[in-house]
Design a protein around this ligand. Structure first.
Ligand code: GLU
Ligand code: ZN
Length: 312
């Protein structure tokens, strides 16, 4: 007899660097529908681990916009800024296992190094055998191996990466004492019992680092699905930096409709101006992850209903 599949738990984990815009709505809606369509839980976690990048009021604005879209979450919102002890415990476990080392290299010193997958320097290993400049504050880097990591992404298909040649030993705690996203996300997804990570494909390259950390920490690996990210005509991801307008909280229906189209779903035209609750009822009943285009980026305006009028 097959074991009963356990309860499904999805999550949306925005960084509070600004209000919710069309680009972040895609990840919120995709993760929500994939969880809810399976009768699962859906959590919200504010990824404010990088406190200096947190914009005042952004958390409240994001949560308010989710509520106006009727994307209601289960339980209390988690905040990474309150979870330092858990990250510290993970760092200690990795440290005891000999997997981390202090690194005193500055960004400027590494500027000439070849770049890794995410554009940051591929660490050349200067401090692997001991910090080069022990008098300086140090970061902690995780030792990686040349193993080829492979996983099946529910949207993008097979994905492979060799951490050593494509990413290098990566920082898990910065020299200023802040833990990095890679460590925090792995600890939090495990502590929250997340079984499905549906998020933007700008994070696809990060997933092997997360799988690697899960392996070292003995944590379960959730299923992953990386959605196309919305880009503008220049190919830039919609973000605060590219001045993506915030969603209109008073009338989020059309943006939700557009987001469904963007995700390859086929909402009926007569729901374009429907209240969010009605649109989401339709979406929950008709959601099909396999319809999401398996591309890493999509032009925002490919979805026919989009017009800037929907935005403030
Ligand atoms: N906090 C990340 C972001 O806003 C998302 C992290 C994730 O979903 O794993 O880009
Ligand atoms: Zn170093």
């Amino acid at each position: 007899m097959l074991a009963e599949p356990g309860p499904v738990c999805g999550r949306f984990a925005p960084s509070p660097t600004g209000p919710l815009h069309f680009g972040s709505l895609i990840a919120a809606l995709g993760s929500f529908l994939e969880a809810r369509a399976q009768g699962g839980q859906w959590l919200v976690r504010i990824e404010d681990v990088d406190a200096p990048r947190t914009a005042p009021g952004a958390t409240e604005a994001i949560l308010r916009t989710l509520e106006s879209c009727r994307l209601f979450w289960d339980g209390a919102v988690w905040y990474q800024s309150r979870r330092t002890e858990r990250y510290q415990a993970a760092l200690e476990a990795l440290s005891h296992a000999g997997q981390v080392y202090p690194c005193t290299c500055t960004r400027r010193e590494l500027a000439g190094c070849p770049r890794g997958r995410d554009g940051s320097s591929l660490y050349p290993g200067h401090c692997r055998t001991g910090p080069r400049r022990p008098e300086r504050p140090h970061a902690f880097r995780l030792r990686v191996t040349d193993a080829r990591l492979t996983f099946h992404d529910a949207v993008q298909g097979e994905y492979h990466q060799c951490l050593e040649s494509e990413v290098g030993d990566f920082v898990i705690r910065r020299a200023d004492g802040l833990f990095t996203y890679q460590l925090a996300v792995v600890v939090d997804d495990a502590d929250q019992g997340v079984t499905e990570v549906i998020r933007g494909s700008d994070l696809l390259d990060s997933t092997p680092r997360q799988l690697y950390l899960q392996g070292l920490l003995g944590l379960p690996t959730p299923c992953y699905g990386h959605l196309p990210v919305a880009v503008d005509e220049r190919g830039d991801k919609l973000s605060k930096q590219t001045h993506a307008p915030p969603l209109d909280e008073r009338n989020p229906g059309p943006a939700l409709w557009d987001a469904l189209r963007f995700l390859g779903q086929q909402p009926p035209t007569d729901l374009l101006n429907a209240p969010p609750a009605e649109l989401l009822n339709w979406a929950r009943a008709h959601w099909r992850l396999e319809r999401v285009p398996s591309v890493r980026a999509r032009l925002e305006r490919q979805s026919a209903g989009f017009s800037p009028i929907h935005c403030r």
